[in-house]
Design a protein around this ligand. Structure first.
Ligand SMILES: Cc1cc2nc3c(=O)[nH]c(=O)nc-3n(C[C@H](O)[C@H](O)[C@H](O)COP(=O)(O)OP(=O)(O)OC[C@H]3O[C@@H](n4cnc5c(N)ncnc54)[C@H](O)[C@@H]3O)c2cc1C
Length: 594
């Protein structure tokens, strides 16, 4: 037992396979089964179990692990720490980027990726969701979703903001003090280049070209506020343990499907699962759902589970296919980032903590005593968003026509984000140097990849093809973004600040910049759209779930995580994952959605 969450074993919540006739059919039956206790899954399980008359089973692959370091912002975002519970494996080679391999990363613990990520809370542009609606998804325009963003959050730093939530379970806040000198020079340079600085990047009325400090999910004690800590804390799970059963360290292999008598359709009746511990392999269990099964296993896990029954090509792997759905695992989208790195004085970057253990210890002590300092924040503090078409040849925004900056219009969505990071983001040797990185990120990529089963073993990692640069149209905005970052560097130097180019393209031609992009491209781990929402299962825009997140043609089965995004949004995706779960809970409860 860890930190008081009542944890159950597979044999406590499921019937062993083969099912014995002596076990009454109702014994291991729940109203709802939620698969995956990650970012969205914790929210959904929490909301569904508000009703004292329903029973909910939550099955999570990873442990409940509420360690101290998992709450310290700077430490908990370190995926390489031994207790980080970040699962890591290699992608397939990037065919269009020098056949490089990139690491696929997700959180595997209660809280999922919200337990290990960069903590940035961003809703995205209203135009992102108006685009979802334009693709045929009724009920998913920004005006339909705003109340769900507000319901979940407690925005501690924006008490006056009417369109931010202040009573929700999930806390976020913003640090307005500038942590390193570089930031002030960089921000000033960006303003000189025509981008407006805004106090709240989550204000839906902010222009599409804007820059500001990003809110982070953090509670009043300056701890990371993962969705586990916010929505399923021990105080809540203990009072609901009669109706909310939490089974960690268990992996769901398949959804149990049965034909609906007299109908073409099939229905989800339960899930098969087993302990994650390899020594328990071979002991399988079945839990049944009276009402619905909901997959919240993330944009890699949910298609992996569905593919066990739903793709014709899997016949070759000996997997019997119940329903052919070509969109399952297809259309993987991710933000791709190109780090443009500058050298700055060591004291102005996070590297000074690595170079001086004494300083690191003092900073940690400062965090423990005051809650402030370098350890109280994640790696990234601020961001700049720009639609690249507004950047002119000089690398600045001269077109200030309000129509072009109206964030509610899908065509105005920004396609470039510059993540401002006082650390290096590449694989090169920077020992002894201070580094400031502009991570130039393509946030509306046209390239798509896929998730495919490598074997029929549910414990095996699936093959992830990120598909970066498979659409050559992605070069143009990335090139503009890289040149914009270099231009910002120039403006900073003009102010007299000692910043020099460290990792930048060899020359100024398109070929030079493209070579740099291919050699340095990295994932932002923002996987979406592998079970995307839409009208059809086949045809021009094949999809997996409808606007109620129900899997097409299968009764009583929904998907609720970032895999359902009809298109990736032009910002970080954790807050939208929570919004999806809030809306899904209301739809399942039959409550009128706004
Ligand atoms: C390193 C990193 C940094 C990031 N930084 C940010 C950021 O700062 N801001 C932001 O907005 N976004 C960020 N993201 C992205 C964002 O955190 C995720 O996209 C989002 O949290 C995913 O939510 P989810 O519910 O879809 O999936 P997850 O949170 O990944 O949850 C899926 C859960 O399902 C479980 N699971 C999977 N398969 C099974 C199975 N078969 N059986 C049982 N359980 C299963 C997993 O263990 C996991 O707990 C980051 C991502 C990473 C990896």
């Amino acid at each position: 037992m860890t930190a008081g969450v009542p944890e159950l074993l597979p044999q406590d919540v499921g019937t062993p396979i083969p099912v014995s006739g002596s076990v009454p059919a109702d014994t291991y039956t729940y109203d709802y089964i939620v698969v995956g206790g990650g970012t969205a899954g914790c929210v959904l399980a929490s909301r569904l179990s508000e009703d004292p008359t329903v029973s909910v089973l939550l099955i999570e692959q990873g442990p409940v692990a509420d360690t101290w370091s998992s709450r310290v912002p700077l430490l908990s975002g370190n995926m390489f720490a031994r207790d980080s519970l970040a699962a890591r494996w290699w992608s397939l080679p990037l065919r269009n980027a020098d056949n490089r391999f990139l690491e696929i990363i997700r959180g595997e613990a209660l809280g999922g990726t919200s337990r290990i990520n960069g903590m940035l809370y961003t809703r995205g542009s209203p135009g992102d969701y108006n685009q979802w609606k334009a693709l045929g998804n009724d009920g998913w325009a920004y005006e339909d979703l705003e109340s769900y963003f507000m319901k979940s959050e407690n925005a501690r730093s924006h008490p006056e903001a009417q369109l931010r939530g202040h009573d929700g379970m999930w806390q976020n806040q913003q640090f307005t003090d500038v942590p390193y000198k570089t930031t002030a020079y960089v921000d000033h340079a960006i303003e000189l280049l025509g981008v407006e600085r805004v106090p709240d990047l989550n204000n839906p009325d902010a222009p599409t070209a804007c820059m500001g400090i990003v809110d982070i999910v953090q509670d009043s004690e300056y701890h990371r506020h993962s969705t586990y800590r916010a929505f399923l804390p021990p105080t809540l799970t203990r009072t609901r343990q009669d109706r909310l059963k939490i089974c960690p360290n268990s992996i769901v292999s398949q959804v149990d499907l049965a034909r609906v008598p007299g109908e073409e359709r099939i229905r989800a009746t339960g899930v098969y699962f087993e302990a994650t511990n390899a020594r328990k392999a071979g002991f399988r269990y079945l839990a049944r759902a009276r009402k619905e099964v909901v997959l919240c296993a993330g944009a890699i896990g949910s298609p992996q589970i569905l593919m066990m029954r739903a793709q014709a090509h899997l016949l070759e792997k000996g997997i019997p296919v119940i329903k052919d759905m070509p969109a399952v695992g297809s259309h993987l989208s991710d933000h791709m980032g190109v780090p443009v790195a500058f050298e700055v004085p060591l004291s102005d970057s996070l590297h000074h903590l690595e170079e001086s253990p004494l300083k690191a210890v003092m900073e940690l002590a400062r965090y423990i005593i005051t809650g402030g300092g370098a350890f109280s924040r994640p790696f990234q503090n601020s961001s700049t968003f720009v639609p690249s078409r507004l950047l002119d040849d000089t690398g600045s925004i001269s077109n200030k026509d309000p129509h072009h900056l109206d964030a509610s219009l899908p065509e105005n969505r920004p396609d470039i984000e510059l993540m401002h990071i006082a650390h290096d983001c590449g694989d090169y040797d920077v020992s002894g140097k201070g580094v400031y990185t502009m991570l130039v990120t393509l946030i509306r990529p046209k390239s798509e990849g896929s998730v495919r089963l490598a074997t029929s073993n549910p414990r095996a990692r699936p093959d992830v093809d990120l598909g970066f640069l498979s659409d050559p149209a992605d070069y143009a905005p990335l090139r503009k973004g890289v040149r914009f970052a270099l231009r910002i560097g120039e403006e900073v130097r003009k102010q007299g600040y000692p910043l020099s180019e460290l990792k930048v393209p060899d020359g100024t031609s398109d070929e030079d910049v493209d070579r740099f992009i291919r050699a340095n491209l990295r994932t932002c781990f923002h996987y979406t759209s592998t079970c995307r929402m839409g009208h059809e299962t086949h045809g021009e825009r094949p999809s997996v779930v409808d606007a109620e997140l129900k899997v097409h043609g299968v009764r009583d089965l929904r998907v609720c995580d970032t895999s359902v995004f009809p298109e990736i949004i032009s910002s970080h995706i954790m807050a939208p994952a929570v919004m999806v779960a809030e809306k899904c809970a209301d739809m399942m409860k039959g409550m009128p959605t706004v």
